[in-house]
Design a protein around this ligand. Sequence first.
Ligand code: IMP
Length: 190
Amino acid sequence: MKLVFATNNLNKLKEVQALVPDHIQLLSLVDIGCAEDIPETQPTIEGNAVQKAEYLVKNYGYNCFADDTGLEVEALNGEPGVYSARYAGPLRNSEDNMDKLLKNLKYEHNRNAQFKTVIALHLNGELETFTGICKGEITTEKHGKKGFGYDPIFKAEGYEKTFAEISFEEKNKIGHRGKAIQKLIGFLNI
Ligand code: IMP
């Protein structure tokens, strides 16, 4: 089965490619000649995932899935949440985003946070969504060079190391996107 994953993020592609079984042929946006920015203008993580998947079906006609992820920080009432990518401004710079978050939590003792991924699947005209959550906490400084985005300042529950310090396989096993992908795979295998 051919399925388009609506992302240009090579880290995400690698994470997802490692999890999907061989009978699913994953195509990227480059593979289908989609070079434009797909709109993500909804006020929720789920809304953005659905918007991206619907845009692809409407404009390219492929069965596809899209993901949207947000980092929800308890002491900030769930922020940056749906605005995680643009937290420090329109340039979507991860270093700036992390610096802003660390600054906003500087005097905060409650550092609980969670990553939430919603995957929206458009398959033969039907829409399904799958959610993956990874609970943890925000560190006081950046640690590690692996991964991407907020990984250097997020420690999953029960871990002493950040997502940027653990292996790719370990992050994929316990991480938000991995959990959502496992649900998607379970659905596709029915
Ligand atoms: P989006 O899902 O690509 O829109 O991601 C929203 C924001 O969350 C971006 O700033 C990403 O860098 C960040 N992000 C998404 N997934 C992860 C992850 O697995 N680890 C760390 N940051 C992430």
